[in-house]
Design a binder for this molecule. Sequence first.
Ligand code: CA
Length: 221
Amino acid sequence: MRILVVEDNPDLRRQLAEALSQFGYVVDLASDGEDGHFLGDTEPYDAAILDLGLPKMDGISILERWRANGRDFPVLILTARDRWSEKVSGFDAGADDYLTKPFVIEELLARLRALLRRSAGHTVAALECGHLRVDTRSARATLKGAPIKLTAHEYRLLSYLMHHQSRIVSRNELVEHIYDQDFDRDSNTIEVFIGRLRKKIGTGRIATQRGIGYRLVDIDT
Ligand code: CA
């Protein structure tokens, strides 16, 4: 899952980037409102964490512009103080959730998981496909209860497929959601990662739809 973080405080930005990467997300960072608006307007994010008080363009204006332009990924806003008016403006502008600073990172991660689940149509934190299970709280995968050792890329790939297991996911979509903007995005590498993932979880669990993409298959029922 690919997350945009728009935050002008360098310490908080770094802290968010570290925590999100640690839990298997790909993160793009913006330190001012103009950059943040541009990225969210042009890149396909699974969710955004948006500070409201930003240089160059404020968070509410960014959110209004994204929504006016049809950008519908979930957005969690960060409000500097416990000001009800900021929250109301945020929700009116199209925010899905908010956190008041200072916050504990665990709460932010939990809220983000809930947003991602809801937008993909799931209600629980553990995603299952037959005996294959991904727990988004710990960013770990198991098969029949046994842990599967995955690299960061493999986890992101599996997690994305698990979130969207009811449909076929194209190779291009995977490229856009498991790499950050600076990564050298060669879509052939997706095939390599899929191959490695199949070796770890069982070949039959990821079906290739020629020319279209990939789909998770429940081979246990
Ligand atoms: Ca700020």
